[in-house]
Design a protein around this ligand. Structure first.
Ligand SMILES: [Zn+2]
Length: 330
């Protein structure tokens, strides 16, 4: 018997005796057990790297629960029944496909959200519209250097709003603990953080639409976010690249475009995109270099983007597509 199952049957017994355990559905309890098991497995696997065991979490701090097949029912008119209560919701997009899980989330402002995961059977082929493939590097000076030489400047939303946050955070820490004023200041601070992430998300959607309009196939390096965070500190979270990729993947799927990921260990910066010569090493500070073999001058970002494009095209079995595409371009 698996440990999460043991825990589950123990809680099932508790549920019969204690009303508190009945405040969420049995499926949600099951989900909590699975989350705990997952956290422990991560801990056993990575404890040498400093991952700590899962700790006790207050009910107040618990932000979400997940239901699987049971415990909810969609009614007409944007209403959903969860447990014994009926909630009306605003639908941000149509629910397509079969519902796999339903997660309720509570933000720090006390707002409720419903996240629905669906199994989408449709799998559109890549439609050839623009006839273009592009590779993108993850830049720091520029947000997304593109293999065609264009650059998207990195928006420093966080920096701009940093002062507002500093102020709000100072206000918060000055207030007496447990007071109504402190709670108000906390909500104000949370709103400031939400402002940034909303502005950023908005910009991501626009950018994703722009890119998918310009290209049919978009190649990226898989991300080593943890490693990058260590290397570059807060800046990378500011750029929130992972969130952007999620949005882009969603839009690409909708529009029948393809996103290709190449191995992050491929030396995309050190390889000459003109002749394939690989440098021994290349410092992070070097923005431009001359290839010792073919003498061409490579701009760091654009060169990497070109390599990512080439590798992405060949590794994803897109050679046929590339031929078709270049036939169109020619
Ligand atoms: Zn070269």
């Amino acid at each position: 018997m698996r440990n999460s199952n043991l825990l589950q049957s123990h809680i099932a017994k508790l549920r019969k005796r204690n009303l508190f355990w009945q405040s969420v559905g049995s499926q949600a309890v099951q989900d909590i057990c699975q989350r705990i098991e997952k956290a422990y497995q991560l801990f056993f696997k990575h404890n040498k790297k400093g991952v700590r065991p899962p700790g006790f979490k207050k009910v107040k701090k618990y932000k979400s629960f997940t239901l699987k097949q049971a415990g909810y029912k969609f009614l007409s008119g944007n209403k959903v029944k969860i447990g014994n209560r009926i909630y009306q919701f605003w639908k941000s997009r149509e629910i397509e496909g079969t519902v796999k899980t339903l997660t309720r989330k509570r933000t720090s402002l006390g707002e409720l959200f419903m996240v629905i995961v669906v199994d989408d059977a449709s799998n559109p082929d890549v439609e050839i519209k623009t006839g273009k493939i592009a590779g993108f590097d993850l830049g720091l000076k520029t947000f997304l250097p593109c293999s065609d030489g264009t650059k998207m400047e990195s928006p420093q939303f966080f920096k701009q709003s940093l002062n507002a946050i500093k102020k709000a955070s100072r206000q918060h820490s000055k207030k007496l603990k447990g007071s109504a004023n402190r709670e108000r200041a906390r909500k104000n601070l949370v709103r400031k953080y939400e402002d940034i992430s909303n502005t950023r998300r908005d910009w991501f959607w626009k950018l994703a639409h722009d890119l998918t309009n310009r290209f049919d196939v978009l190649c990226f390096e898989t991300l080593n976010l943890k490693g990058m965070q260590r290397l570059w500190g807060r800046k990378i979270s500011d750029l929130a690249f992972g969130e952007f990729l999620q949005i882009l993947e969603w839009i690409a799927k909708k529009k029948g475009k393809q996103i290709v990921f190449i191995d992050q260990w491929y030396p995309s910066s050190k390889t000459c995109s003109n002749c394939g010569h690989v440098l021994e090493k290349l410092d992070l500070s070097v923005r431009k270099w001359r290839c010792p073999s073919c003498q061409s001058v490579n701009g760091r970002d654009e060169n990497a983007a070109k390599n990512i494009c080439a590798v992405g095209t060949s590794t994803a079995g897109l050679d046929d597509l590339r031929r078709t595409l270049s036939a169109i371009v020619v």
